[in-house]
Design a protein around this ligand. Structure first.
Ligand code: ATP
Ligand code: GAR
Ligand code: MG
Length: 394
């Protein structure tokens, strides 16, 4: 008898990082019959609450990572955060596992130096002027070279951790200490960037496919505080010329990194100029606005389809939308209140992430608002903020 292998559309996904972005990805994966093992460094993380199985390991520990991969033998490894021993990804790829979007992309984007040297150095994309420093002494020199005011960020950090603006000489030592406290792992190095006085900033969700051309979602505008996003809206009105330039840069950098998936490519916009800032090789926090039904598929559904090599329809705007974050109030175990008041408004919704512990400024949920494609996004942002203000997680 000849055994015919059963080709299955159902894959096993090892999700590394299980926050709010992972949770929505898992829900999208469940709906298409995929199997997900959700990993994080703490138990009860949002995506673990909706996955088939979960693992709790320190993801910066390469051996712990290898052990989980060996145990579950996934078809795909899907990073959801940056704090992972991504050097091991190259081995997984050689062993035939699909690393999303690619081992190189995940490894380069976890370190600001690798991605900046590629984007500004090799590809010649326009960025803020920058310098690196690995000691307080070198930091003083870097600040002198870039000029005041300037932005300092640990080479390895995200969501604004360890990031600050140095405005005068007196602030240099404090900025260095803050960066060293916010750095991930034991890497004691920072990037110093020229402070760009931008008019607005955007995330261009970009989808690279296994077969087929690179696709772009309508641009998402956002506002940040403490290096962390507060509100986002889609579409962001901007000159066609700058949008074309953003697409060109996003295409070049995602092509250079390689692989299939959805990316969040960040840009600063001036009146007539544009700077590349950085990119996530995965769904972007500001892209949670797509949960408001702004596109035929959310950024999570798009990521899933792209990594599985499934067809993707045209990414036109079906609604305008806005999102506003719901931050933790106080510390301890969270209690959610105010849902009835928040959901009483028409065209309002919320996502509560289910994080088990409160921390100052921790993002616990997001409020959503939407309107017709031509609706005023500034008004939608106000509606989303009003909804967020009615919900308390504290
Ligand atoms: N050179 C700069 N000039 C002006 N503003 C900046 C500069 N660099 C960063 N910012 C501001 O800080 C925000 C966060 O910076 P960045 O995206 O580099 O940090 P991050 O920690 O990687 O954040 P995330 O992980 O959430 O994307 C930017 O969106 C922007 O508002
Ligand atoms: N800008 C990156 C970003 O938004 N990442 C998202 O936040 C989670 C961590 O949240 P936590 O720090 O509250 O655990 C991550 O797991 C991811 O979903
Ligand atoms: Mg960013």
């Amino acid at each position: 008898m000849i055994l015919i292998p059963i080709m299955s559309d159902s894959k096993k996904i090892l999700l590394l990082g299980s926050g709010e972005l992972g949770k929505e990805l898992v829900i999208a994966a469940q709906r298409l019959g995929q199997v997900v093992v959700a990993v994080d460094s703490y138990d009860g993380a949002p995506a673990q609450q909706v996955a088939h199985a979960r693992e709790v390991i320190p993801m910066l520990d390469g051996d712990a990572l290898d052990a989980v991969v060996a145990k579950h033998r996934p078809d795909l490894v899907v990073p959801e955060i940056e704090a992972i021993r991504t050097e091991r990804f190259y081995d997984y790829e050689r062993a035939g596992i699909q690393v999303v979007p690619s081992a190189r992309a995940a490894n380069f984007t976890m370190n600001r130096k690798a991605i900046r040297d590629l984007a500004a150095g090799e590809l010649g994309l326009r960025t803020a002027r920058y310098a690196y420093a690995d000691s307080l002494e070198a930091f003083r020199e870097a600040v002198a070279r870039i000029g005041l005011p300037c932005v300092v960020k640990p080479l390895m950090s995200s969501s604004g951790k360890g990031q600050s603006v140095v405005r005068d000489e007196a602030g240099i030592a404090a900025a260095w200490d803050y960066a060293m406290r916010g750095t991930r792992g034991d890497l004691r190095e920072v990037i110093v960037e020229e402070l760009i006085r931008f008019r607005s900033e955007i995330t261009l969700l970009t989808v690279t496919q296994k077969s087929g051309e690179t696709l772009f979602c309508p641009p998402i505008g956002h506002r940040q505080e403490r290096g962390d996003y507060q509100e986002s809206w889609q579409p962001h009105p901007m000159p066609e010329k700058l949008l074309a330039e953003a697409r060109r840069m996003a295409d070049r950098v995602t092509r250079a990194l390689g692989g299939a998936g959805l990316w969040g490519v960040e840009f600063f916009l001036g009146d007539d100029e544009i700077w590349f800032s950085e990119l996530s090789p995965r769904p972007h926090d500001t892209g949670m606005v797509t949960l408001a039904g702004t596109q035929p598929l959310t950024e999570f559904e798009l990521h899933l389809r792209a990594i599985l090599g499934l067809p993707i329809p045209e990414l036109e705007l079906v609604r305008s939308g806005a999102s506003a974050v719901i931050l933790a109030k106080g510390e301890g175990v969270p209690e959610v209140k105010g849902l009835a008041a928040a959901l009483a408004a028409p065209r309002a919704d919320v996502r509560i992430f289910g994080k088990p512990v409160l921390r100052p400024h921790r993002r616990m949920g997001v409020a959503l608002a939407w309107g017709a494609p031509g609706a005023d996004v500034a008004e939608l942002v106000e509606e989303a903020k009003a909804t967020a203000a009615k919900v308390s997680v504290g």
